[in-house]
Design a protein around this ligand. Structure first.
Ligand code: FAD
Length: 425
C-alpha cells in the first residue's frame, strides 16, 4: 500500500508542469509570489534559483556612505519572502539550454522547465574600464552599487578631509539612473552638515548632454545641481582611470582630476544570458517591450534589469512589469492571445538632500511631467518638484518593499502610467 502511494506521488511530481524562475531578487521574488497564487499546486511546480541567500534592498545602498543606514537595514534572508509551495535552490546558474528546455547549475544539477522566467538582473563590470579596478580601488575609488563598495566608502568618508569628489557615470544603461544624482545631492548636504562643504568640490560627470535623459526632468535636476554648487561635466564617456595622476580620462582625452572617485561603472547582464544566445551584446535578454516574452523562445519571459527594455532599470519598473507578466503568463498557459501590454511605466523618488525629495513618473511615450501623485490635485506627493513629503515617500518605500512589494501584494498605484494629476502645459 505504502509503495503504491509513493509510486503515485512520484508519477504525480514527474507529470507536473514546471515554472522555473532564474533569480530571486526583486522580480523573481514578486513573480514567485504572484504565480503561486495563480497556479494550482496540483498542476504546477514552481522553483526559484539564486546564487545568493541574502536579499539586498539596493535603494538603501545610497544611504550607507552617509551613515544613515547600515548593512542590517538593507539585508534579509531571501527565504523569508518566498511563499510555501515554491522550491528554492541556492546555486549559480551555469547554462540555459533553451533548445531542450533545461537549465544547468554550477554543481551540474539539471532543472527542466515548461516556462522559464529570466530575472537575473544586471551587475556592474568595473574590470571592463582600464585602470578603474587599479591600485586606488576601494582606497580612493568606490562604487555604491554593491554592499562591499558602499561600506568601504562609508569607512572612507569617516576620516576624509576633503578635496575633489567626482561622481562619474561611465556609460548607460545603469540601474536607477537617478541614483548618481541623488548621491551628489546627498554629498552636498552631508558635507554641509559636517561643516566642511567649502573643502569639497563636487563634480557630476556624465555621458549625457544634461543631468537626465528626459528634457523637463533634466532641467529641474540640472538647476538643482547648480543651486548646490555642484559642477556638471557632460558628454564625457569614460575611457580610462589614471591611478598615478588621479584623473579620469574620456575617449577624446579630456581629463577630470579626483581625490575621491565615486564610479557608476559599466553594467551588463549575467554572462549566462549572453552565452545562451538569449541576449544582446551587453548580455541583456532580448524581449518584446510590451509583452515581456523573449524574442528568441516562446516559453521564455523576461522581467526587470535582466531585459533589454528601453525604460529605466528600476524596482518600480519591475513591480509594474510583474502585473503584466502575470497576466501574460496566464494567457500563454491557457493558449489565449496576450492581453497584458507594458507601457514602460517608471516611478522614482529622488532624494535631493536636507530632508527633501522629488518624484518622477513616466513611461515609454511620456516624459516626467509636473503635477501630483497618485491622487490628482491631492498628491500627497508632488511631481517634478522638491518637497518634504517626497523625502518621506522614499524613506517609507523600504517598509513597502519588504512588506508589500516583494510579497506580490497589491499597491494603490496604477500599473499603467496615468495622465491624471499631470500638467502638460
Ligand atoms: C544604489 C541603487 C539605488 C537604487 N535605487 C532605486 C530606487 O530608488 N528606486 C527604484 O525603483 N529602483 C532603485 N534601484 C534599482 C533596483 O534595486 C533594481 O532595479 C531592482 O532590484 C531590479 O530587480 P531585478 O529582479 O531585475 O534584479 P535583482 O533584484 O538585482 O535580482 C537579480 C538576482 O539574480 C541573481 N542572479 C544573477 N545571475 C545569477 C546566476 N548566474 N546564478 C544565480 N543567480 C543569479 C542575483 O543574485 C540576484 O539575486 C537602485 C539600485 C541601486 C544599485
Amino acid at each position: 500500500m505504502y509503495t503504491t502511494w509513493l509510486l503515485i506521488d512520484f508519477i504525480h511530481v514527474f507529470i507536473m508542469k514546471k515554472l522555473l524562475i532564474l533569480g530571486a531578487g526583486t522580480g523573481g521574488t514578486i513573480m514567485a509570489n504572484k504565480m503561486r497564487k495563480e497556479l494550482s499546486r496540483d498542476e504546477w511546480k514552481i522553483t526559484v534559483v539564486d546564487q545568493e541567500k541574502i536579499h539586498f534592498y539596493q535603494p538603501g545602498f545610497l544611504f550607507i556612505p552617509f551613515g544613515y543606514y547600515k548593512r542590517g537595514d538593507v539585508t534579509k534572508p531571501k527565504q523569508n519572502f518566498l511563499p510555501v509551495g515554491v522550491d528554492s535552490v541556492y546555486m549559480k546558474i551555469a547554462k540555459i539550454d533553451h533548445d531542450n528546455n533545461k537549465v544547468v547549475l554550477e554543481n551540474g544539477e539539471v532543472l527542466g522547465y515548461d516556462i522559464l522566467i529570466i530575472a537575473t538582473g544586471t551587475r556592474i563590470i568595473p574590470e571592463e574600464t582600464p585602470g578603474l579596478k587599479g591600485e586606488l580601488w576601494y582606497k580612493n575609488i568606490f562604487d555604491f552599487y554593491t554592499i562591499e563598495g558602499t561600506e568601504a566608502l562609508a569607512r572612507f568618508f569617516k576620516t576624509w578631509e576633503g578635496g575633489n569628489l567626482v561622481v562619474n557615470v561611465a556609460d548607460n544603461p545603469i540601474k536607477c539612473p537617478v541614483a548618481p544624482l541623488e548621491f551628489s545631492f546627498y554629498a552636498d548636504a552631508f558635507f554641509t552638515e559636517r561643516g566642511m562643504r567649502d573643502k569639497v568640490k563636487i563634480s557630476y560627470v556624465t555621458p549625457l548632454s544634461g543631468a537626465f535623459t528626459k528634457p523637463r526632468s533634466s532641467k529641474l535636476l540640472g538647476s538643482l545641481l547648480e543651486d548646490k554648487n555642484i559642477e556638471m561635466i557632460t558628454d564625457f564617456f569614460l575611457g580610462e582611470v589614471d591611478n598615478k595622476n588621479k584623473v579620469i580620462r574620456d575617449f577624446g582625452g579630456r581629463e577630470v582630476p579626483f581625490d575621491c572617485l565615486i564610479t557608476i561603472p559599466l553594467h551588463s547582464g549575467d554572462p549566462v544570458i549572453l552565452e545562451s544566445g538569449l541576449g544582446d551584446e551587453f548580455g541583456f535578454a532580448k524581449a518584446d517591450k510590451f509583452t515581456l516574452q523573449s524574442v528568441i523562445k516562446d516559453n521564455i519571459f523576461v522581467i526587470g534589469d535582466a531585459g533589454n527594455f528601453p525604460t529605466s532599470k528600476a524596482g518600480s519598473v519591475v513591480h509594474f512589469q510583474a502585473d503584466i507578466l502575470t497576466e501574460n503568463l496566464l494567457c500563454h498557459i491557457e493558449g489565449r492571445p496576450f492581453t497584458g501590454k507594458f507601457d514602460g511605466h517608471s516611478n522614482c523618488y529622488i532624494e535631493t538632500g536636507h530632508g527633501k525629495g522629488a518624484l518622477i513618473d513616466f513611461n515609454y511615450d511620456t516624459e516626467p511631467l509636473p503635477g501630483y501623485f497618485p491622487f490628482p490635485g491631492l498628491g500627497p506627493f508632488s511631481l517634478l518638484k522638491e518637497s518634504r513629503l517626497n523625502h518621506y515617500g522614499k524613506l517609507l518605500f523600504r517598509w513597502i518593499y519588504w512588506h508589500i512589494l516583494l510579497k506580490g501584494k497589491e499597491m494603490p498605484i496604477e500599473t499603467h502610467m496615468t495622465m491624471a494629476g499631470k500638467k502638460t502645459d
